[in-house]
Design a protein around this ligand. Structure first.
Ligand code: ADP
Ligand code: MG
Length: 705
């Protein structure tokens, strides 16, 4: 099977990381013993015959029972030779593939491999392939019969990720065309009956398993700052309980608050320890504790540390996103600290905006999180919210992603698969019609769909690129304007975690270093500038270090760039350079993001052109390098924290907004073209402004939209 997407194996991130000094590779005996102790292992025969006699099976089991790591191995042992297992998260796909390869004693990428976007670690030998659900979806585009596979396992179906939901709809249809293919849906206990019903009452098999009781302790009063509260709770546990009583798992929302928590815990404990013992002056001197963060942008070899068995005299505190809720199981956890929040992508169909927002979790999430403390013995979960909040304010279940995110990506994919009427597609839970329409509108707006909702030639081209529709469009337009070399770099840089390093102790220095790369009209061009300079410096890691850049992210961008270039060449999309003309590059960026534009309302403030609501330029933006804030900008992403921040912005010419968003915007010109004053169209009194530039005209939202 292997290289379906033509993506080259190149797990680049691992080459640049320092070795993990705490690493303790388990022996074969230890691994075998651990396997045999898993609940799934005890029902191996039942599982194998369940699959043998049914085309579709639903396998239910507590987290940590061995569904992900064992099931494929059992089936492989029973003679099924080509198995795909999907995961909603990239980091889980990588981590479990590595674990299964280790259990089978084979090299990763040989019999067992993984494939995530822009990273394919499989070969012609691969028989068990872990992949993100998004990758399997893209494979259906190239091979609608998925003829490579004899068996497909949709893992973590209870997570109800958008791609998993769509896959289930597609597979439902495929099952009738390929009677020989096996489908297994695995799920934690929630939601399982729904899957069975969806697949014509497919048999459900529950892996019997035992978990230990977990004491739940609520906050007595509402918590203001969950990071601070988590730091306090973690230090209290560490100092107040015996090390042998178990490890600690903290749930946070993302990289930022994980890092703050990590630093907080280290600082606090260092204070206590150094008072007790004058020899202790840095956190590294503390011998009975390791603090491990885990989030998706963390390099793979550091991700794996969380599983390492430490010396019995040491305790581990893991600080994780909701990745540790069900996808990854750390056995030694006896204490859970739950912030009560996670970061979710939320789409507001009314205003057509997608935002990443820190959102309260559901009761189901809370219970999953607590359960993590009771894997190997009784545990305690500290909830950093009150019991009233749990009872009265939290939703019982998380709303499935399909009902809360932008669907433009999904619709483009379904259209390319020949699904003409999206409303008729078999969704487990239907997305709100409003969302479907808003997403189709967006696709129409960027010219991927025509007036009848059919795929345009541009839309078809776009679907061939493994990118969000807007970025695909920018790349295709760039190839027509002879600047795809540059846009290719920008798109690749947008696909990796931030390249700017901002260590806590060097905030000023790193901010200065970052500012040296600023191209004041554009964060996109700033990214291009960083990459170009890095290339001029022969891709040097030392150079990155000197300039506070994350070499790993840049190396990954370079790798992604090469892969995208290959995909473009294969699809006959020309790659050429605009030389030093950077205006045309900004124009191309505008072509895919005209629907995400904002207008300056003076004093550095902006309002979204689409909604009229206030949005702020993120403090890290290069635009602050400009004397005056540019009148019009587009943004790549909107981040909602205490304010709505536009992330990665580029100044644009209002006429480009007209050209690419003419259906949404029109220019209202008051007075003659040579007039030096233009009116503010929204203002009834018609405040006069002085136009320094003939282009300084006002763009107004058409009332019809
Ligand atoms: P499930 O999918 O049912 O939640 P898994 O198959 O993921 O369960 O996990 C089964 C066991 O394998 C767990 O006890 C877990 O700790 C262990 N495990 C999974 N991945 C690793 C790893 N990378 N290193 C060590 N142990 C692991
Ligand atoms: Mg699992």
């Amino acid at each position: 099977l292997g290289n379906v997407l033509g993506v080259q194996a190149n797990p680049i991130a691992e080459k640049h990381e320092p070795p993990d000094t705490n690493s303790q590779e388990p022996t074969r005996e230890m691994i075998q013993l651990q396997r045999e102790s898993l609940p799934a292992y005890k029902v191996r025969e039942e599982l194998v015959s369940l699959v043998r006699f049914n085309q579709v099976s639903i396998v239910i089991g507590e987290t940590g029972s061995g569904k992900t790591t064992q099931l494929a191995q059992f089936l492989h042992g029973d003679g099924i030779s080509s198995i795909a297992i999907t995961q909603p998260r990239r980091i889980a796909a990588m981590s479990v593939a590595r674990r299964v390869a280790q259990e089978m004693d084979v090299a990763l990428g040989a019999e067992v491999g993984y494939s995530i976007r822009f990273e394919d670690v499989t070969s012609s030998k691969t028989q068990i392939k872990f992949m993100t659900d998004g990758i399997l979806l893209r494979e259906t585009l190239l091979d609608p019969y998925l003829s490579h596979y004899d068996c497909i396992i949709i893992d973590e179906a209870h997570e109800r990720s958008l791609n998993t939901d769509v896959l289930m709809g597609i597979l439902k249809d495929l099952l009738t065309k390929r009677k020989d293919i096996k489908l297994i849906i695995t799920s934690a206990t929630i939601n399982a009956a729904k899957f069975s019903k969806f697949f014509g009452n497919a048999p459900q098999f529950t892996i019997p398993g035992k978990t230990f009781p977990v004491d739940v302790v609520y906050a007595k009063t509402p918590v203001d700052d969950y990071v601070e509260a988590a730091v306090l709770e973690a230090t209290r546990i560490h100092l107040g309980t015996a090390i042998e009583s178990g490890d600690v798992l903290i749930f946070m929302t993302g990289q930022e608050d994980i890092e703050v928590t990590e630093n907080g815990i280290k600082e606090k404990l260092l204070q206590v320890y150094s008072k007790r013992d004058a020899q202790i002056s840095t956190f590294e001197d503390i011998k009975d504790l390791e603090v491990y963060p885990i989030y998706s942008a963390l390099p793979p070899n550091l991700q794996n540390r969380i599983f390492h068995k430490l010396d019995p005299s040491k305790r581990k505190i893991v600080i994780a996103t909701n990745i540790a809720e069900t996808s990854l199981t750390i056995d030694s956890i006896r204490y859970v600290i739950d912030s009560g929040y996670s970061k979710l992508k939320v789409f507001n169909a009314k205003i057509g905006l997608d935002t990443l927002a820190v959102t309260p979790i559901s009761c189901a999430n809370a219970n999953q999180r607590s359960g993590r403390a009771g894997r190997t013995g009784p545990g305690t979960a500290y909830r950093l919210y009150t019991e009233e909040t749990y009872d009265d304010d939290m939703y019982p279940h998380t709303i499935p992603e399909i009902q809360r995110t932008n669907l433009s990506n999904t619709i483009l994919l379904l259209k390319s698969l020949g699904v003409t009427d999206i409303l008729q597609f078999p969704f487990i839970d239907k997305p709100p019609t409003e969302t479907l329409l808003a997403s189709m509108y967006e696709l129409w707006f960027i010219n991927a769909l025509d007036n009848f909702g059919a795929l345009t030639p541009l839309g078809r081209e776009m679907s061939k690129l493994p990118l969000p529709p807007s970025l695909s469009k920018v790349l295709i337009v760039a190839s027509q304007y002879d600047c795809s070399e540059e846009i290719l770099t920008i798109v690749s840089m947008l696909s990796v975690p931030s390249v700017f390093h901002r260590p806590k102790e060097y905030e000023k220095e790193s901010d200065l270093a970052r500012a040296k790369f600023f191209v004041p009209e554009s964060d996109h061009l700033t990214l291009l500038n960083v990459f170009s300079q890095w290339r001029q410096n022969r891709y040097s890691a030392q150079w990155c270090q000197r300039h506070f850049l994350v070499h790993r992210s840049l190396a990954r961008a370079k790798d992604i760039r090469e892969q995208l270039a290959r995909i473009m060449t294969r699809n006959k999309i020309p790659i050429s350079s605009s030389g030093s003309d950077w205006t045309i590059i900004r124009k191309c960026i505008c072509s895919g993001f005209a629907h995400q534009a904002a207008k300056s309302s003076g004093l550095g403030k902006y309002v979204s052109l689409k909604t009229g609501l206030r949005v702020d330029v993120h403090p890290t933006s290069a635009l602050f390098g400009l004397g005056d804030p540019p009148p019009y900008i587009i943004y790549h992403e909107l981040l909602m924290t205490t304010k709505e921040y536009m992330i990665c912005n580029t100044a644009v010419d209002p006429f480009w907004l007209m050209e690419y968003g003419g259906l949404l915007y029109n220019i209202k010109r008051i007075g003659s073209s040579t007039a030096d004053s233009v009116m503010f169209p929204g203002s009834e009194t018609g405040t006069a402004r002085t136009a320094k530039d003939p282009l300084d005209e006002q763009i107004k939202l058409c009332e019809t939209h």
